[in-house]
Ligand binder design. Structure first.
Ligand SMILES: Nc1ncnc2c1ncn2[C@@H]1O[C@H](COP(=O)(O)OP(=O)(O)OP(=O)(O)O)[C@@H](O)[C@H]1O
Length: 258
């Protein structure tokens, strides 16, 4: 289980203006769940994910199965969680296969064949096997994103943290990646995924964590979180919600504010 307690992020030193990016986020996420982190631009989604991933300083605690993630040595933490940043542009002319293999680095002492098999499986699942020998700097934005998702999936970490993993993907690949992430949850992993597409979040996520200006506005099932009040008050849109096959579907009426 992933447990955040009073997680806060504040920027600025003694003489600088202080900015609260996250304020007292407390939330418990069960194992085997795909959790969508939603909220408008600037709500704090990336900051939350970076805090959980251990690359953003914060106060409070983030525990995963009773391990305080921030206190784990880096190598041990890398075996607990894999992280996909929002915008990651590889600086080297790595091959796709080598970039996906980076997901295996925390297990580099292990038998070679298992890593090779996991890398191949991750490329297959994300439709990136045909790109294996290309260098990553030649890929389109969507192809690169799929390869980066493959790197995440190649990891054996039980906690996956992904910042907008379906941004830049076409419709079919968005569905494919969401299906893959849900399957990883069903297989036992816990996933925390920032996502802007509320329709896909409603369709695939087990729980939604709604942030508004650095605060936790709500945590619950898509049915509980995606209501007309939250859409108006948090996202500033006037929308009607219709229930189709048990999934809330948004019908936009207009903007409340921009
Ligand atoms: N280093 C920083 N200095 C000042 N402000 C920052 C810094 N990092 C983040 N912020 C601010 O913190 C807020 C939250 O940023 P964050 O990237 O977490 O938002 P987000 O919800 O992921 O947004 P988006 O949907 O646009 O990706 C934003 O207003 C951002 O400008």
């Amino acid at each position: 289980m992933l447990k955040m307690q009073n997680l806060s992020v504040q920027l600025g030193g003694l003489l600088q203006r202080k900015a609260k990016l996250l304020e007292d986020i407390s939330c418990e996420i069960a194992q085997r769940q795909l959790v969508g982190v939603i909220g408008p631009n600037g709500a704090g989604k990336s900051t939350l994910l970076k805090s959980v991933a251990g690359i953003q300083a914060f106060t409070g605690s983030v525990r995963f199965f009773d391990k305080d993630l921030a206190k784990l040595p880096v190598a041990a933490r890398a075996r607990q969680l894999a992280y996909l940043p929002q915008a990651e542009v590889p600086a080297w002319q790595l091959s796709v296969r080598d970039l996906v293999s980076i997901g295996r680095l925390p297990w580099r002492g292990e038998a070679e064949d298992k890593s090779v098999a996991r890398v191949a499986a991750a490329m297959d699942k994300t439709d990136s096997a045909a790109l294996a020998e290309r260098t990553v700097d030649t890929l389109s934005g969507g192809e690169l994103k799929r390869v980066q998702v493959a790197r995440l999936l190649a990891s054996s970490a039980p906690l996956l943290v992904a910042d907008e993993p379906i941004a830049a993907l076409d419709l079919a690949h968005q569905w494919q990646v969401m299906e893959l992430l849900r399957r990883e949850a069903r297989a036992g992993r816990t996933l925390l995924v920032a996502i802007h597409d509320l329709a896909l979040a409603a369709r695939f996520c087990d729980r939604l964590l709604l942030l508004d200006r650095g605060r936790l506005h709500g945590f619950g099932t898509p049915q509980q979180i995606l209501n007309e009040e939250n859409l108006a008050n948090v996202f500033g849109v006037d929308a009607a919600l219709r229930n189709i096959d048990g999934v809330p579907v948004l019908m936009h009426r207009g903007l409340r504010s921009v």
